[in-house]
Ligand binder design. Structure first.
Ligand code: ADP
Ligand code: MG
Length: 328
């Protein structure tokens, strides 16, 4: 188990903490995604876990053993972890295969080749084994770096935006292969992402960072069902945030009125003839499987999905079968 307790960290000479009050636990074999807007501290968190920075206060423990920063280690970085940063740090004068095998033992060369091939297969790059990295695209280089980390079968794998450079079609299959392989091998994975779909499909839990602090940590379903506040809710893409009382009779005090919102997910806004509200269609945009419908109700622009295109200007009834109150 990875245990992080009360971690505080500041880049010198900055005044503000890049990370503050960070506490969470990860069990062996779990996949955790770290989400938050740019600058929220995602990369910094991975760097601290890996031991590239000295933290000011707090503790990081793996299986009850304390992990310290670079001042305490001759070579920064912990042995049982592998970290794939956003700059991939490949050697351009040796082949893709040699890059992937860089840290593997030469004791048994046959085994080494097998490990290299296995890792390259996971990221779908076996065909390019004998190429030189400088002939590859950014996304391919990123996959080589991931394969190099996988080949070493670490106990903990830290990936910084591992899927950000991949085309959508490739991303889905490679993401699944990497995560499945790590699950099979009981490798604990912590990765950062901007894309909540990455979290939905792969993660046991998501950790939401805002300005260096943990806003929420929990399984994906729970976080979506009850986001701590509107920052977390907005990570889920198209949502409807309205003032409390718009879709129910609830009344709040004046102060609370500004501190809370009503959150309605698109699938909780139903277009139907019995609906108690009437809105006007602003537009319908094709999303592949259905249409994202934007409608105007009072001063609000609301979103829902619908299987058919609806005409702009159409007056339409809708109902709100479910909603929740969250902090602003
Ligand atoms: P993210 O990965 O979520 O975009 P980072 O972890 O890179 O965020 O950055 C968190 C905060 O720390 C930001 O305010 C950023 O400007 C600051 N920061 C990052 N790296 C350094 C550095 N080497 N020196 C000083 N400040 C840094
Ligand atoms: Mg980053």
């Amino acid at each position: 188990m990875l245990q992080i307790a009360n971690l505080n960290f500041k880049y010198e000479p900055a005044n503000a903490f890049a990370l503050q009050n960070i506490s969470f636990q990860v069990k062996k074999g779990e996949v955790i995604s770290v989400i938050g807007e740019s600058g929220s501290g995602k990369s910094t968190l991975l760097r601290l876990l890996y031991g590239l920075e000295d933290y000011d206060e707090g503790e990081i423990e793996w299986n009850n053993k304390k992990l310290k920063g670079p001042s305490f280690n001759i070579i920064p970085g912990h042995k049982m972890m592998k970290y794939v940063a956003q700059d991939y740090d490949l050697l351009d004068f040796v082949t893709v295969g040699e890059n992937v095998g860089k840290f593997l033992s030469n004791f048994d060369l046959k085994t080494k080749q097998k490990q290299i091939d296995e890792a390259l297969k996971i990221v779908d790059l076996l065909d390019l084994k004998d190429y030189f990295p400088n002939k590859l695209s950014g996304g391919q280089r990123q996959r080589v770096a991931i394969a190099r980390a996988l080949a070493q079968k670490p106990e903990i794998l830290l990936l910084d935006e591992p899927f950000s450079n991949l085309d959508q079609s490739l991303k889905l299959s490679i993401r699944e292969k990497i995560i499945d392989w790590c699950k099979e091998n009981q490798i604990t994975v912590i990765f950062t992402t901007h894309d909540l779909n990455d979290a939905f499909y792969t993660s046991d839990r998501i950790l939401v960072l805002q300005k260096g602090e943990i806003l929420q940590y929990g399984d994906v379903e729970r976080v979506r069902e009850s986001p701590t506040n509107s920052y977390v809710a907005k990570l889920f893409g198209y949502i409807n945030l309205v003032e409390v009382g718009v879709f129910n009779k609830m009344k709040l005090s004046d102060i609370d009125h500004y501190n809370y919102y009503q959150l309605v997910y698109p699938e909780e806004l139903w277009l139907n003839d019995d609906g108690e509200f009437i809105g006007e269609i602003i537009n319908s945009s094709f999303q592949g499987r259905d249409y994202l419908i934007k409608l105007k109700y009072l001063d609000f622009e609301l979103f829902t999905y619908y299987p058919y295109k609806l005409k702009k200007g159409l007056q339409i009834k809708f109902s709100i079968p479910n909603n929740r109150i969250i902090k602003s």
